[in-house]
Write a protein that binds this ligand. Structure first.
Ligand SMILES: Cc1cc2nc3c(=O)[nH]c(=O)nc-3n(C[C@H](O)[C@H](O)[C@H](O)COP(=O)(O)O)c2cc1C
Length: 342
């Protein structure tokens, strides 16, 4: 059975609804992601054959190690969903207890589970019973709101139930993405449990991750919005920790990243949906470069894969210089997802 990498120089790609699909995972793996998590998958959708579940679970050779993230609130549904996933060869699973978007919490799923520890534990027990001890992780927030932080207590209990790791986005559910991630909480959790703890939250560049690792002593990090803007962030962290100077962002590296993402999406999915998604996705990679407006325009006008490829080929003339990447440019990833709150 494959073991998952937990180490400072083994950064993970975080679960990203709408983004961490097969082609983006493969892109990030090319640039050094040591492990990747799927977009969140509804346990109910899986059991009842919900629309879209098949695409969310599409994987391919090389897409490994892979963690399937599930959301839901009914232990008996998980009891039926887990065998379906195991039959398909998936081995590692994560329970989403971090998503605060209303669409998810109104059914008691995502961060709403943190308000019901007994129910959360029942779901983890079911997942561990099917997958085995150490095969299941849980992604937590601090708690529902300030003054009700229960991540430490929950973390200890989940470790005792056989969870293999915990990931913490150190904000309360109520905060959504507001304020700053409280990395000190990651340190508290890492010291409180004897299983690996992964940090997630405000890791916008490799330097942020290196600081978070040093300040908290956590086992590793997960990149989310930072990877959406700069998929090379994984290699940059590896370089930084090895004492090497990370490669600069140049028009050539931007063109290469963009071309690779297009090739992966075309080969691995190749649907009109994939093309439309890329048109909105690709200009993010040009954040901080001059000429991004012209590039965004050019991508929006593309209606075929060939046009997308040709536009990627013209990046070196459209985008001439790279400037400092402002964290505000990266954090706006939330705005264009319609206020996703995980
Ligand atoms: C567009 C978007 C989609 C997300 N989707 C998920 C998800 O499906 N499951 C989950 O647990 N967290 C999800 N998250 C939360 C991230 O995994 C991560 O915990 C959060 O963005 C904090 O990290 P960051 O500040 O470095 O971006 C999502 C975040 C964003 C911005």
């Amino acid at each position: 059975m494959q073991t998952l990498p937990f180490a400072p120089n083994a950064p993970w790609l975080a679960p990203l609804a709408g983004y961490s699909d097969l082609s983006f995972r493969m892109l990030c793996r090319t640039f050094g992601a040591a492990c990747a998590v799927t977009e969140m998958v509804s346990a109910k959708g899986l059991v009842f054959g919900g629309h879209g579940t098949t695409r969310l679970l599409t994987s391919s050779e090389g897409d490994t190690p892979l963690v399937v993230q599930l959301f839901g609130s009914e232990p008996d549904i998980f009891d039926r969903a887990m065998p379906l996933l195991l039959e398909r060869g998936f081995t590692h699973f994560d329970l989403n207890c971090g998503c605060s978007v209303r669409k998810v919490t109104k059914s008691g799923s995502g961060s709403a589970l943190m308000a019901k520890p007994t129910l959360l534990e029942s779901i983890v027990k079911v997942m561990v019973r099917h997958a085995g001890a150490g095969q299941v992780g849980v992604k937590l927030r601090l708690g529902i709101q300030q003054g009700e932080e229960n991540y430490l207590e929950l973390g200890r209990r989940l470790a005792g139930l056989g969870a293999g790791w915990l990931a913490l986005h150190p904000r309360t559910a109520k905060q959504l993405f507001g304020g700053a991630a409280d990395w000190s909480a990651v340190g508290h959790l890492a010291r409180a449990v004897d299983i690996p703890v992964l940090a997630s939250g405000d890791l916008f560049c490799a330097e942020d991750a290196a600081r978070c690792l040093a300040e908290t002593g956590c086992a590793g990090v997960m990149f989310a919005r930072g990877a959406l803007t700069d998929p090379m962030i994984f290699q940059r962290l590896r370089d930084l920790l090895a004492g090497r100077e990370p490669a600069p962002r140049t028009a050539e590296s931007l063109a290469a990243t963009t071309a690779l993402h297009i090739r992966l999406a075309r080969n691995l999915e190749g649907t009109p949906r994939a093309l439309r998604a890329l048109r909105a996705f690709l200009p993010r990679y040009a954040k901080g470069f001059s000429g991004i407006r012209a590039l965004r325009q050019a991508f929006l006008l593309c209606t075929t894969w060939e046009e997308l490829e040709a536009t990627a080929g013209s990046i070196a003339t459209l985008c001439e210089t790279s400037t400092h990447l402002d964290p505000a440019d990266i954090s706006d990833a939330i705005d264009f997802t319609g206020g996703y709150g995980a």
